[in-house]
Design a protein around this ligand. Structure first.
Ligand SMILES: NC(=O)c1ccc[n+]([C@@H]2O[C@H](COP(=O)([O-])OP(=O)(O)OC[C@H]3O[C@@H](n4cnc5c(N)ncnc54)[C@H](OP(=O)(O)O)[C@@H]3O)[C@@H](O)[C@H]2O)c1
Length: 266
């Protein structure tokens, strides 16, 4: 991962003394969130399936957060049946508390309906809906105790028509709906928000289930539909995730679906 340039984003120690659990923290947007949260003073729990990728992020977190940075590497599959309570318990054992949960783990399998595999639908619904539900539930006592918040990393695909990518879009639309409903259900104790990235340069584009030419055509179409004329960077999304985690600046913000998309949904 070479896209994280967190020094440029250090805003304050707005998350000092807080602890944040980030899923999908081994690459892309999740890694950038972990590093920026550490820059802002937070301890971080890094969750994902590949332990080596999490260790790479942990090394960057230690660099960003300085000597006092506390980081817990907790390999876990968000699709696992059960285990969310144990995972959250392990994070609290290591970090002492949880103030923020970032449901960022994601998988993109793009195909027209007629050729879409039902296993891919299962993977996207598990990763984007079931996993976040289990983790929010497991984190809830800690989040209530500290007046914490949840940030879901959704997608503009959950808000736009997505021909050829309808199942991905549907899974993210479900996450958007969950965000808004839980924001009302859990207020005023716990805030629940989502960021909706447009196209962001991450390893996600290496494994979409498409062949090379189809991936190239997809990327060209995304670029053409993005008024700012380029893909975003993981840091540009992580900045807003960390802003929504900030209990002071975002104290009155809940239920928001925030596009961070280079104008794609404008
Ligand atoms: N890049 C974009 O253009 C874009 C646009 C809109 C939304 N998003 C969303 O942004 C989020 C982050 O994606 P990214 O772009 O940063 O791509 P990425 O680098 O591929 O990150 C996805 C991360 O999710 C983890 N993950 C996947 N399945 C998991 C599972 N079952 N359990 C635990 N971790 C899992 C992966 O790690 P392991 O494989 O090690 O588990 C990986 O680190 C996703 O929710 C994605 O849908 C991305």
């Amino acid at each position: 991962m070479d896209t994280v340039d967190s020094a440029a984003w250090e805003i304050s120690k707005a998350l000092a003394g807080k602890a944040v659990l980030v899923t999908g923290a081994g690459s892309g947007i999740g890694a950038a969130v972990a590093v920026q949260a550490a820059c802002a003073g937070a301890s971080v729990a890094l969750v994902g399936r590949r332990v080596e990728a999490l260790e790479e992020t942990a090394a960057l977190v230690r660099l960003a957060g300085g000597e006092r940075a506390r980081v817990a590497v907790l390999p876990w599959d968000v699709r696992a049946d059960g285990g969310a309570d144990a995972l959250v318990g392990a994070a609290i054992d290591r970090l002492g508390r949880i103030d923020g949960l970032v449901n960022n783990a994601g998988v993109a399998r793009f195909a027209p309906l007629e050729s879409a595999a039902s296993e891919d639908l299962d993977a996207m619904l598990d990763t984007h809906v079931r996993g976040p539900v289990a983790l929010i539930r497991a984190c809830l006592p800690a989040l209530r105790e500290h007046r914490g918040s949840v940030v879901n990393v959704s997608s503009v695909g959950g808000a736009l028509a997505m021909p050829g990518r309808s199942l991905y879009g549907a899974s993210k639309a479900a996450l958007n709906s969950l965000t808004r409903s839980l924001a009302r259900e859990l207020a005023p104790d716990v805030r629940v928000n989502a960021v909706l990235p447009g196209p962001v340069e991450t390893p996600m584009y290496d494994d979409l289930g498409l062949d090379g030419p189809a991936t190239t055509a997809l990327r060209a179409g995304l670029l053409a539909g993005t008024p700012m004329g380029r893909f975003g960077t993981p840091d540009e999304v992580a900045h807003w995730v960390c802003a929504l985690l900030d209990a002071e600046r975002s104290a009155w913000v809940t239920g928001v679906l925030l596009p961070v998309d280079g104008g794609r949904t404008a």
